[in-house]
Design a protein around this ligand. Sequence first.
Ligand SMILES: *[C@@H]1O[C@H](CO)[C@@H](O)[C@H](O)[C@H]1NC(C)=O
Ligand SMILES: *[C@@H]1O[C@H](CO)[C@@H](O)[C@H](O)[C@H]1NC(C)=O
Ligand SMILES: *[C@@H]1O[C@H](CO)[C@@H](O)[C@H](O)[C@H]1NC(C)=O
Ligand SMILES: *[C@@H]1O[C@H](CO)[C@@H](O)[C@H](O)[C@H]1NC(C)=O
Ligand SMILES: *[C@@H]1O[C@H](CO)[C@@H](O)[C@H](O)[C@H]1NC(C)=O
Ligand SMILES: *[C@@H]1O[C@H](CO)[C@@H](O)[C@H](O)[C@H]1NC(C)=O
Ligand SMILES: *[C@@H]1O[C@H](CO)[C@@H](O)[C@H](O)[C@H]1NC(C)=O
Ligand SMILES: *[C@@H]1O[C@H](CO)[C@@H](O)[C@H](O)[C@H]1NC(C)=O
Ligand SMILES: *[C@@H]1O[C@H](CO)[C@@H](O)[C@H](O)[C@H]1NC(C)=O
Ligand SMILES: *[C@@H]1O[C@H](CO)[C@@H](O)[C@H](O)[C@H]1NC(C)=O
Ligand SMILES: *[C@@H]1O[C@H](CO)[C@@H](O)[C@H](O)[C@H]1NC(C)=O
Ligand SMILES: *[C@@H]1O[C@H](CO)[C@@H](O)[C@H](O)[C@H]1NC(C)=O
Length: 405
Amino acid sequence: MINSFKPRCFLAVLFYTLGFVYGSMGKADSFRRKVSLELNPGLKPSSTTPPGVDLLHARAVGDNDTLHFLFCTVGAPGVLLVHTNSTQSSVTVNWPVFLSRNASGSLRVEPEDSVQYSSVLVFTRLLEYDDLNNTADPQTNESIFLESYNLQDFSWSDMNSTLNLTLNTVKICGRNKSYSFSNGSLCLQFSAFESEGREEAWPSLPHTANTSQLHVWLEGVMPRANQSRFVLELQTVNRAGFQTKIDVHRFIDDEYTPSIFQVSEWQSSPANSTSFVGGFSQWKPVAYRKKTPVLEDATPCKNSPPTSLDRRPPSALVSAYFTHNPIIHGINISFSVAGDPFYSSTHFLSWTLLMGMGTPPSDFFSPLVMAIMAIGLGTPLVLILVGGVYVCIRKKDPSSYEPIN
Ligand SMILES: *[C@@H]1O[C@H](CO)[C@@H](O)[C@H](O)[C@H]1NC(C)=O
Ligand SMILES: *[C@@H]1O[C@H](CO)[C@@H](O)[C@H](O)[C@H]1NC(C)=O
Ligand SMILES: *[C@@H]1O[C@H](CO)[C@@H](O)[C@H](O)[C@H]1NC(C)=O
Ligand SMILES: *[C@@H]1O[C@H](CO)[C@@H](O)[C@H](O)[C@H]1NC(C)=O
Ligand SMILES: *[C@@H]1O[C@H](CO)[C@@H](O)[C@H](O)[C@H]1NC(C)=O
Ligand SMILES: *[C@@H]1O[C@H](CO)[C@@H](O)[C@H](O)[C@H]1NC(C)=O
Ligand SMILES: *[C@@H]1O[C@H](CO)[C@@H](O)[C@H](O)[C@H]1NC(C)=O
Ligand SMILES: *[C@@H]1O[C@H](CO)[C@@H](O)[C@H](O)[C@H]1NC(C)=O
Ligand SMILES: *[C@@H]1O[C@H](CO)[C@@H](O)[C@H](O)[C@H]1NC(C)=O
Ligand SMILES: *[C@@H]1O[C@H](CO)[C@@H](O)[C@H](O)[C@H]1NC(C)=O
Ligand SMILES: *[C@@H]1O[C@H](CO)[C@@H](O)[C@H](O)[C@H]1NC(C)=O
Ligand SMILES: *[C@@H]1O[C@H](CO)[C@@H](O)[C@H](O)[C@H]1NC(C)=O
């Protein structure tokens, strides 16, 4: 009996230890949502939207809640996120009003009392400045900002030609009819996700079923100055009583995004509650100067602190959905650092942002780091175990201490 107990005891301890180590290192999230994409919900088949005016509805249904993402090019491009505690909630659009000058109240998520959280992220402006002293600091370049590109004045491509219902993605490209954009455009790719994962292309942000991703790139645009650099202005709209802040988290592993050891999170939460997390935008502070980048094509980006704004961003989503006085915050994302090549070196710049609800996904240790840690932690552990079991065998082995009687 004692002899058969020994290996079992050893294996149990070993499996328990390994289970504990892996359990605490990689918490696998099996949470899934059923995602379906619909273009221009509720629009009669006989009617069409004007060219370049589209509303994509991504419906992500969980066990007992639904996330609605609405990606829209009526006005400046933006995404409305609505979280409801029902699996039956739906989006209704009053199209004639939605497309009119005053879209107020024309977009609703029903039933209204199922709505737990809602916010809009709008890409409002593309700013360009002449970085004469090569400081990449737009603050010191106040005087040499060129006239900004207002994204609500851009004409955007139709979503129906790029909608991919297999990958749950859509791509739009926009341009201003000026000379600078004659061969170039500003593009956005929206992706919705059914489960946890990460894209292979850098920055390979980890995503979950509670997030969607916006990949933004500026390609082939003619810079208006010899040493042009760009800044992107973003604005968020939340219900009254919300506040926003940007947190930076650092980590020790850059395997998924080479040379980047931090992530920025712009979170919105109710001013008087610490437990409820609202929504977030998350990005790694890096942009790329080539479409298929190598490490040398990475360039840092910086964000300005969020400022409170009075005017609603020019997106139909905002005027149509937020009928009461919402609160508005804005940030600028400026690309590059002093000494890095100017936009004209490649005529390309890309950046990626994740937006979602709840707790932002965090970059967990990669398999390589986990293996190193397992060896580092595991070797002494195995030695202790082997030593312990050896002592245990020596003590319990009946032959080693026969009763003396
Ligand atoms: C969601 O539904 C599951 C069972 O279907 C239940 O266990 C869980 O508590 C529910 N969650 C919420 C937040 O109601
Ligand atoms: C827009 O329409 C709503 C009602 O439909 C009205 O209350 C509001 O004053 C209008 N806003 C503007 C700017 O005309
Ligand atoms: C959803 O939330 C509302 C409050 O926002 C609550 O009144 C309602 O009972 C909730 N419904 C479910 C199914 O949990
Ligand atoms: C560039 O540097 C010069 C000298 O250091 C300074 O006088 C000038 O104001 C700087 N210009 C800008 C736009 O920062
Ligand atoms: C393009 O943008 C520039 C800079 O904002 C502006 O001056 C120009 O009027 C715009 N052109 C068109 C056709 O929208
Ligand atoms: C997309 O919609 C436009 C009208 O809005 C239509 O002219 C075009 O043919 C459609 N394209 C595809 C690929 O369905
Ligand atoms: C969607 O993307 C997949 C993978 O790139 C591709 O095989 C498929 O043809 C695309 N579908 C459409 C409708 O473009
Ligand atoms: C756009 O491309 C055409 C043909 O390649 C070229 O002739 C023209 O100069 C380009 N325009 C700009 C602004 O680069
Ligand atoms: C996503 O949202 C659901 C429902 O609120 C929640 O149960 C789940 O834990 C969330 N997943 C992550 C990774 O935040
Ligand atoms: C760019 O530099 C060249 C000479 O270095 C100068 O002739 C030209 O005017 C400059 N262009 C702009 C837009 O500043
Ligand atoms: C939090 O603030 C909002 C508006 O500022 C208010 O309506 C709500 O009652 C407050 N909640 C608590 C728990 O104080
Ligand atoms: C972004 O930068 C421009 C130029 O400095 C400035 O006018 C604008 O107010 C900034 N926007 C935000 C939201 O900080």
